[in-house]
Design a protein around this ligand. Sequence first.
Ligand code: FE2
Length: 294
Amino acid sequence: MSDMALPSFAAPTDGQLTAEMLAAFHDAGVLILRDFVPVEECRALTSRALELVDDFNPEEVHCVFSTTRQTQADDSYFIESGDKIRFFLEEDAFDESGNLRQSKEDSLNKMGHAMHDLDPVFDQFSRSPALKTVADGLGFAQPAIIQSMYIFKPARIGGEVVCHQDSTYLYTEPESCIGFWFALEDATVENGCMYFIPGGHKMNLKQRNYRISECELTTEVLDPEPWPEHLKLPVEASAGTLVIFDGRAPHMSGPNLSDKSRHAYTLHVIDQTCHWPAENWLQRSPDLPLRGFA
Ligand code: FE2
């Protein structure tokens, strides 16, 4: 794992992955495709996200978060968000008097988890013909977009994300999750870009997160061996870059202490031919069936 770089290619305009790209993805667990999305489309998605933020009242979530802190782990606001559009604040969003330190959009950690099915602008971005071709090239039998997240990583208060694997949260039997991460703004070491451990997807799934009740999640440790974090490499990515990564690929990101936000959009895709356990946190209403890229 130690001397491996993270593979990076100019994006194929039609989404057709070459044999070299696929081999690199299977080796590293990560594939960087530069200029996959035109910058104007990145800006259009950001504008739409900010319109949705306009309609959100942070006081409502503040209550939920305060309650969570006082009464142990009530995760219902999160658990119920799989088929909705909900807003999650940064831990440092409020000052001691309970007022937002920064603007609303600069106080948010993320928005999720079903914009791709509920909002027409997100739907169109998430189901571009090129992205469908990429998913087909990755070998999905029956791809389904299980979740979307808009990551704000705001200036000054953007929180650190510790090393993890996404299959911990989006677990199928057998495992099938692949992440698609789009840089909507330039991501640098300074503003909290992602880091990956190249080849780390060949390690075990180290944790599984699941529901133990309607309003409570737990994380079970399957393999206590610590991550070889000294092997991590940063993914500095200009706006429009797509990073594809295996559900087992260990990744993390630092805090954003800079004065530049680091907006990104992520989609997670699973194969519907695999089993989706009922104890997974994300469960959708039968009124909103899973869809692929069609
Ligand atoms: Fe992740």
